[in-house]
Structure formats: C-alpha cells, structure tokens
Design a protein. Structure first.
Lengths: 180, 180
DNA sequence: CCGCTCATGTAACTGGTTACATGATTTA
DNA sequence: TAAATCATGTAACCAGTTACATGAGCGG
C-alpha cells in the first residue's frame, strides 16, 4: 500500500470540502475555492482534478458516476478518508500551523526604510485605506453567509480579526512615525 | 533584454535583504532566512543561490569577488535593483498583498465540525496554549533585537499582533461554544 | 588534526500555476 | 440556435524543497 505521508494544505482542504458537501463533484469543490475571498489558491483545474484522482487512488474518497452522459462523479469520504481528515486537522499541531502566518504586506513593511520618506508615508496611508476597504468587503461577504453555517461564520470572523489586527498595527506604526 | 516581469515574494525579500546588509554574501541572506522565526521559507541553498545568480544576470545586483581563495562574492544592489525593489514594495499594492493572509490554523478551523465534540474542545484548547507559547517565543525574539533596528522591531510587533488576534479570536470562539 | 562554520553549488522532485481543449447540458 | 455554464481533463512551466556534495578557513 502507498505510504500515508502527511496531507498537503490543499489536500486537507479538499478532503474537508468533500466531507462537508458530500456527495459532491470535483467541480463543486473547485467553485468553492473560486468563490472564496481568501484567494490563496486559484482552484485551478490543473490542481483540483489530479488531486481528486490521487485521493481516490488512495481510497480516501470514493466516487460514484452519475447515469448522465456527462462524465460527472459525486464523491464521498471513505472511513479511511475520515480518519485522514481527522489526523490532518486535529491536534497535535505542526509547528508551522501555529507559527506566525506569513503576510506579504508585513514582508514588504520589513523593508520600508528602503523607500523615500514620502513613499513611506504613502505606503502606510495606502495600506490602511486598502485594508479598510477589504474589511468592508469581508464583512459584506460574512453577512451573505447563511446564519446557520457556524463554521464558515466563525472562520470569517477569524479572517476579519486578522485584517483588523493588521490595520491597528499600521495605525500604531503611523502614530509612532508622525506623532500628533 | 529580458522582460521585467514582477518579482516573486522570495525575490523581493532577497533583494531587500541585500539592500539592507549590502555588501553581503548569498550565504548571509540565507542565514537571515534560517534565523527568522517566521519559517515560511526554508532558505534552502537550492532556492537562494540560483535566485541570486538570476538577479545578477538581470543586473539587479552586482557581485564583487573577494580576493580570498573562497569563492565568496559580496553583492550590492544596482540602481536598477533599487528601482525594482521600490516597485515591489511601494504602493500600489497587488490585491493579494492586501487580502486576508492565509492561515493554516484558520484553514483547519473551517472544518472543525468534522471532529468529535471532545476533539473540538481539544483543538481550541491546544491551539490557544500553543499560540500562547509562540507569543512568548516571539516576544523573547523581539527583545533580543537591537533597539536601533526599528524596521525589524516594528515588523516583529506586526507578527505579535497577528498572533494576538488569532488568540483572542479563538478565545471568543471558545466562549461562544462553552458559555460560562 | 578534528570538527565546526563559511560558502557555494547541483540533481531529483513536487505541488501548484496558466492556458488550453473538449463535450454535455441549460437557458435566453 | 447561440451563449453560458457544468464538468473534466492535459501540457508546459515554475518556484521552491530535500538531500547531497565540495572545499576553504578557523578554533580547540
């Protein structure tokens, strides 16, 4: 049998989505990624379909073909799949799951001093206004979520918290740089 | 001439580090990644050295060989490199620079409901204690930074803010799930 | 002289991307 | 019937990883 090496983030995610929406097509999973505001993954066909087949080959999911002439398949988790999903998301957590998550804005900020002072101000100002807009977008997105879907709701609140923390951090920086 | 397509995150970072520590060796850049608590990049030799050569080929950095028998080279930014660095880190920001940064813990949380209730509690509890530990580690790391290095200091505060926000988000979730 | 750090490099791999293509079904 | 959407797929590519290797210089 194939050695059960750890799941990728994307694999875990897909497994989770198939668990949640079971039975569902690979296409539905794909759409979930495309709709998500957290555009970390493109949900490209070239990523999803091969991945789903891989999961099927490892017997973590099972797909039943529909009778229709479309070659559409609806997938469900197998019990092995459930176990793997559990193992992926339950503690103990890998260090990189707990560690400070990467943030491209913070990465750039690190080298702020390389910019002309005027540009530094522009950086801080622009970042703040853009994040504010993003906050509104995310709040709207959250409001559009079905109230019963607690998981998504709380996850969205986590995203908002991350944005909010970034915003007040930048405000603090700006206050320090330009007192008064 | 080679088309100036946008810099990768890693490319931007390396350019920034060479700017900051100029003149410095590729090895020094590498060490910076290895020392960093935000272990998003491994700083593997296989990533850094080819990348540095690429930057040199594009005339964004210039390396002067030392006289010693080691084949060590100290790099500096060229003016073209400075411009590219500016372009990378100054506004306008790409959408994904502003968007909610990815967070593996939040990703897992999304599927919390797949776990047995007991395990859900364990998830929240374990996550909180682990993050608390990580917070302490990061605070210590920040304290060890030279007080003059404002850039690193503020960046570290940004990281702390991210961790803190995650922590209080989880506390909020826990309060909601287990009132009282 | 031994082992550690400095310093650079390569080979094989992997996971994801873009871009494209196909065909069935639904809707205007 | 034309356009949009559902549904699946592949080929070429790319950045970064692990794992390994080489050799110089230095401290004990």
């Amino acid at each position: 049998m194939p050695k059960p090496r750890g799941l990728t983030e994307l694999e875990g995610c897909v497994l989770g989505l198939i668990w949640e929406k079971s039975p569902c097509t690979a296409y539905a999973v794909r759409m979930e990624f495309l709709r998500s505001p957290s555009a970390h993954w493109s949900g490209s066909a070239g990523a999803i379909y091969p991945l789903v087949r891989r999961l099927e080959r490892q017997h973590l999911i099972r797909g039943e073909a529909q009778g229709d002439r479309r070659r559409s398949k609806r997938y469900r988790l197998t019990s092995a799949g459930r176990q793997r999903l559990d193992g992926w998301l339950a503690p103990p957590f890998a260090p990189e799951t707990i560690a400070v998550p990467p943030d491209p804005l913070r990465t750039r900020f690190r080298f702020l001093a390389a910019l002309h002072p005027r540009q530094q101000v522009a950086f801080l100002w622009e970042a703040q206004t853009q994040i504010q807009k993003e906050l509104l977008r995310c709040e709207a997105d959250m409001a559009s979520l079905p109230k019963a879907d607690r998981a998504s709701l709380w996850t969205a609140r986590g995203a908002l918290a991350a944005l909010g923390a970034r915003l007040s951090w930048l405000e603090e920086v700006a206050r320090d740089r330009v007192p008064r």
